[in-house]
Design a protein around this ligand. Sequence first.
Ligand code: APR
Length: 231
Amino acid sequence: MNKIVVLTGAGISAQSGLGTFRDAGGLWAEDAIEDVATPEGFTRDPALVHRFYNARRAQAAQAQPNAAHAALAQLEAEYPGDVLIVTQNVDNLHERAGSRNVIHMHGELAKALCHACGHRWGAPLVMHPTDACPVCQAPAVRPDVVWFGEVPYGMDMIDPALSNADVFVSIGTSGQVYPAAAYAQHSRRLGAHTIELNLEPSANSRDFAEAHYGPATDVVPNWVARMLDCT
Ligand code: APR
């Protein structure tokens, strides 16, 4: 039985209207990473960080899954093997397209975390630094998103999945942030067939045995159709 691991990045949600990070005019052109995506930035100005994620949460709530998200959900439903999505994205478009087997290694906009007691709950659309944790009441709420310098989620599940993968597919990521940027090389070394589906060659395009370039809403449904044809 074939095991497929799919890594997704901001590029898969670009055609749903959600900004990517490093393309021209991307999120990191608007706000500095150190101000809005590090624990130090949050300590320095929690209101700025909450405003940044409140805006992204509102955009994500308005966005709709696109044909690439839908194709991956169809693959999970119809492929006679395991399909795991490891996403760097914090939106929930994979789930809203119908995918069930999803690991959010950088957290989720839809979740809040109390950095005093560790409690997690469904994030309200708008969060403020003065919001109290529903469990310990401390004014210590933050987005449940993994910032630079923090440990990504799900590594204990991701690493074994990469080791056992027959196919590793990377979609819509620039291959510049670790550990995700090393996944193709890691899985290839352990025998997986590696495929890059992206608008253009990523920083680690040489790690892939196969590549198809173009908008995700073209290249992902085409790839899924080929995978389902040969089952
Ligand atoms: N279809 C397919 N690929 C696209 C599309 C599209 N319509 N639009 C853009 N892309 C590609 C770009 O070519 C680029 O390679 O998506 C990639 C987006 O790269 P980044 O903006 O760097 O986003 P990502 O790789 O997901 O960033 C990884 O960095 O800042 C952190 O935590 C953040 O999860 C994020 C991580």
